[in-house]
Write a protein that binds this ligand. Structure first.
Ligand SMILES: NC(=O)c1ccc[n+]([C@@H]2O[C@H](COP(=O)([O-])OP(=O)(O)OC[C@H]3O[C@@H](n4cnc5c(N)ncnc54)[C@H](OP(=O)(O)O)[C@@H]3O)[C@@H](O)[C@H]2O)c1
Length: 355
């Protein structure tokens, strides 16, 4: 049997409260502090993954008790210790590869140090996340009857690990591309890299508020702990693929904007009759793309640290996309703010957008 594990963590204090009911009555900061004292452990056993090739895999979710805020702003020594313990639990239960979920793949050098503390492979899962996000974004354009070639596109968090390769995949298929992020130097370097490879016109913006109202297609993939895209920021008829967890797009967009389509990026249908043994808020038999990358590698028997560190390659993204298809992983139906997006919903958005 092919064996893998995947490290998950609470995005915020309300996630901790779903597991420990008492936490509901305590202030969020106190809950986060108390959770730091909990050792990482197995959360569930994952069974029933069956590839289109007939290969099977089983796995474990390993729960790391730190929230996104603590991983980003907490004491680095504590965060590193908890993450090392998490991947060590994965090794102890018999996994041969471990994937890093959400902010556990962002901390420090994006898995490189963690991999040195175990004798099993480690992957961030970011390569399949990129492939799935871009596939989803283009599919959403099709449904909204938007021609990407005519679209003013933008990537928020463009210079990040996932954002950078998303830009490479977008640059030949959109009308123009705006790189949005925090550090001017990183954005300039990326602009140069993209232009050298030949691309559509590229601009740089550091303030999303200024540029978002002009963009038709957005991929958002920042490591911000709080939301960065709000209802008043978006252009009528815009398509937004929100890859970030916690999400970049504020919930008020769902309430106030019936003329834009926001989809969750990186949601994948898993082959077989998979039982995750744990409810992470998705419909049955679907998973995040980063989880799926770990499963694909296990099914393929590729026990190697496929995506590690921040330097993702286009070749790696295309290779894992092909392997995922081979094993029967597919882009799942769209979800928006934890709900399935129906054809009627998209038709209503198109109408409100005057399209
Ligand atoms: N859906 C999925 O399956 C899936 C899978 C993996 C990861 N993710 C999510 O993807 C996101 C990004 O991951 P990553 O590995 O690419 O992280 P990363 O390498 O740290 O990149 C994040 C980028 O966002 C920028 N940023 C942070 N706050 C920002 C803000 N307020 N406005 C604009 N840019 C901002 C960062 O700039 P600085 O470097 O200057 O801070 C950095 O360039 C995370 O939310 C992660 O949880 C989702």
């Amino acid at each position: 049997m092919n064996r893998f594990a995947f490290v998950i963590h609470p995005l915020d204090a309300s996630d901790v409260a779903r597991k420990y009911a008492l936490a509901r009555y305590l202030p969020a900061r106190l809950v986060e502090r108390m959770a730091q004292g909990i050792q990482p452990k197995v959360v569930s056993h994952i069974t029933g993954i069956r590839s289109a090739t007939g290969a099977e895999a089983e796995g474990w979710f390993i729960g790391c008790p730190l929230t996104a805020r603590v991983i980003m702003n907490g004491k680095p020594e504590l965060v590193e210790r908890r993450l090392i313990e998490s991947v060590q639990v994965a090794e102890q239960v018999g996994a041969r590869i471990v994937g890093l979920g959400a902010f556990t793949s962002i901390f420090g050098d994006a898995g490189i140090t963690l991999a040195k503390h175990v004798g099993i492979a480690v992957t961030t899962g970011n390569s399949l996340t990129v492939a799935t996000a871009i596939e989803g974004a283009f599919r959403a354009c099709e449904l909204m009857k938007m021609d990407p070639k005519q679209a003013a596109a933008g990537v928020v968090g463009a210079a990040g690990s996932i954002g950078r390769v998303c830009c490479h995949l977008l640059k030949d298929h959109v009308g123009s591309l705006t790189l949005i992020g925090l550090q001017q130097d990183d954005l300039e370097a990326l602009k140069q890299e993209l232009e050298q490879a030949g691309s559509c016109p590229i601009t740089i913006r550091r303030d999303p508020k200024v540029v978002l109202p002009e963009l038709d297609l957005l991929v958002s993939v920042t490591s911000a702990v709080d939301t960065v895209i709000h209802a008043e920021d978006l252009k009528r008829g815009a398509v937004v693929c929100d890859v970030a967890r916690p999400r970049d797009v504020s919930k008020d967009v769902a309430r106030k904007r019936n003329d834009v389509l926001v989809i969750e990026g990186g949601v994948v249908e898993v082959p077989g009759n998979v039982d995750f043994g744990f409810d992470f808020g998705f419909p049955p038999r679907t998973a995040y793309a980063c989880m799926s990358e770990t499963m694909v590698l296990a099914l393929e028997g590729r026990y190697e640290s496929f995506t590690l560190g921040r330097g993702l390659t286009l070749e790696g993204v295309l290779e894992i996309q092909a392997l995922a298809k081979k094993h029967g992983f597919r882009l799942a139906g769209f979800r928006s703010f934890e709900r399935a997006v129906t054809t009627e919903h998209i038709a209503a958005i198109r109408k409100a957008a005057g399209r």
